[in-house]
Ligand binder design. Structure first.
Ligand SMILES: Nc1nc2c(ncn2[C@@H]2O[C@H](COP(=O)(O)OP(=O)(O)OP(=O)(O)O)[C@@H](O)[C@H]2O)c(=O)[nH]1
Length: 317
């Protein structure tokens, strides 16, 4: 029996990791393996998963659909050789086109014998989708390819706006099942192992170019800036730094997230945001043998990397 693969897609900050965490917290007797892909050089998501039971492979600094597609193939081969799991979840970057990822299963005979693409789930940020979808063509590809669309952050939508967003999603993803939710609080057991995705489906033909897409270009203006330090971060300076960035870049500040070592705080501080919406919380304590290193990733349009570095330096003790 082939091992089912669930691909989690959706734009930056939509809620993919939130959904992944829910799936891992409620495995329904499955032993998951997970591949997490991040656009930025530094990977943060594997830190947010905090999982010990699953094999988690982090692929950073590029998208599975293009620049790290070879890494995806190697990781899949490695996982299949090693075994020890009966379901696989792949979390793509918010910029990835799921079509070439699906092709990976189709084009490689050995993988095709072992793995089957079970479902492509597209998580949508209900609060931002109306402003985003025309500006970011990735979203249209992701929705067109999905068999399941999770309309997330629904609590931020009024009744009439929620209806408009649903209508838009049904237009962009007419065949998909649509689930409206907040914080991806949905029946995760119903998501995996249900063969929602079929390679015979016409959806696949429509979304795939006739020849394999081995490389495709992302929006060149969207860049990532990764910052790392082993000095402590001073909380109020850091908050001012973030507020200044939110004001300076507005909608162009697409996504930021990080794990920080704050002054006088024995626990790791996890911080993340989408445009002007940010939140952070303390997590577990830093282990005795663990370097108290902070890392932070920003993804946005035309970010000034040097200016970000200099401003971040000013937040350190
Ligand atoms: N208000 C609100 N916030 C949410 C909801 N779901 C997730 N979030 C928050 O939105 C932010 C992004 O969530 P993630 O799950 O990390 O999103 P993602 O799609 O994995 O992000 P990237 O991998 O960076 O593209 C986090 O701060 C979440 O806590 C929701 O339903 N409502």
């Amino acid at each position: 029996m082939k091992i089912p693969v669930t691909v989690l897609t959706g734009y930056l900050g939509a809620g993919k990791t939130t959904l992944l965490r829910r799936m891992l917290a409620n495995p329904g007797g499955k032993q998951f393996a997970v591949i997490v892909n991040e656009f930025a050089e530094l990977g943060i998501d594997s830190e947010l998963i905090e999982s010990s039971d699953e094999q988690v492979i982090q692929l950073s600094n590029g998208c599975l659909c293009c620049s790290v597609r070879g890494d995806l193939l190697r990781s899949l081969e490695l996982l299949v050789q090693k075994g020890g799991f009966d379901a696989l979840i792949i979390e793509t970057t918010g910029l990835a086109n799921p079509a070439p990822i699906a092709q990976t299963f189709m084009l490689d005979d050995d993988l095709n014998d072992e793995l089957i693409l079970d479902s492509v789930v597209c998580v949508v940020d209900g609060a931002h989708i109306q402003g985003y979808w025309k500006r970011h063509p990735e979203i249209v590809h992701q929705l067109a390819f999905a068999d399941t669309v999770v309309l997330n952050k629904a609590e931020l939508l009024s009744g009439s706006k929620a209806q408009l967003v649903e209508d838009l999603l049904r237009r962009l993803s007419p065949r998909a099942e649509l689930i409206r939710t907040s914080h991806c609080d949905l029946d995760v057991l119903a998501l995996a192992g249900r063969a929602a995705y079929s390679l015979d489906d016409t959806r696949f033909d429509a979304a795939l170019p006739q020849t394999p897409v081995l490389l495709h270009r992302h929006d060149d203006e969207v860049v990532s800036v990764s910052l790392a330090t082993d000095r402590d971060v001073v909380p109020d300076r850091f908050m001012k730094f973030i507020q200044t960035l939110q004001q300076a870049y507005g909608e162009d500040l697409l996504r930021y997230k990080g794990v920080l070592s704050l002054t006088n705080e024995p626990r790791r501080f996890v911080f993340q945001g989408v445009q002007a919406m940010a939140d952070g919380d303390v997590q577990r304590r830093w282990a005795d043998d663990e370097p108290r290193a902070s890392k932070l990733v920003f993804i946005g349009r035309n970010l000034d990397a040097q200016a970000l570095r200099t401003s971040f330096e000013a937040c350190l003790r």
